[in-house]
Design a protein around this ligand. Sequence first.
Ligand code: HEC
Length: 142
Amino acid sequence: MKTAAIALALSLSAGPGLAAGIFPYTNPDAIAAGAEVYADNCASCHGADLEGEPDWRIRDEDGLLPAPPHDATGHTWHHPDTQLFMLTKYGVAEMVGGGYESNMMGFGDVLTDDEILQVLAFIKSTWPDEVIEMHNQINSQQ
Ligand code: HEC
């Protein structure tokens, strides 16, 4: 299961993407499971209502960015599924590289690939229809 998700993610990033992407965001069971994963692992920083931290665009005194919202006001939906999956699994520092420092750790040791897909499905399921449509377009341009 784990390797299947990664193989799928990699094949999507290499070739023409599927618009609907790899998140099970229309599956009620996956969304419910993802909501629990979110409450347990993400809400402390990204907010119980996905609202993010105040002034999330402004770096703190250590030069680190606060947690952005995952609702439609943030830029989570600007990234295709594969990128969101990798950011969550490996963390922002690892994905940006070049010694970039970030409070967004990777969850690869905490969550299974399926749980990562579920939590991202939950997040996507909260977006308004037009944002979901734009996100599907971003996926199809991959
Ligand atoms: C310790 C606080 C913290 C926790 C817990 C946390 N995050 Fe983050 N997250 C951040 C911060 C801070 C950023 C912005 C980092 C940066 O850009 O340097 C971020 C960024 C992200 C991004 C990139 C968003 C974008 O628009 O670029 C994603 C995706 C993400 N987080 C998903 C998650 C998920 C899913 C969880 C739960 C499994 C989670 N985060 C838990 C702090 C956290």
